[in-house]
Unconditional design. Structure first.
Length: 80
């Protein structure tokens, strides 16, 4: 989802509201991160469709190596 999209902005604002915090919902940025990694994992999964498929996937992105959240980011990528 595009970060500048109106629906995304409104959802992030809602998730940051006091009501959402009281309901133990993810913060707006946490929600957006989960949505981004869901889309990321779907894209990676298109390479492997069944048991006998194989692929080489290279993640060339600083967010997986030197970023402050590198370990968290790595943990959000599917392990299949």
């Amino acid at each position: 989802p595009a970060v500048g999209d109106v629906k995304v902005r409104l959802k992030k604002e809602y998730n940051n509201s006091e009501y959402a915090r009281n309901q133990s919902m993810l913060s707006g940025s946490e929600w957006y991160t989960h949505q981004a990694f869901r889309a990321y994992n779907q894209a990676l999964g298109r390479c492997v469709r069944h048991l006998h498929d194989y692929a080489a996937i290279f993640l060339v992105d600083a967010r997986f190596a030197k970023h402050a959240d590198a370990e968290k980011n790595k943990s959000m990528v599917s392990k299949w």
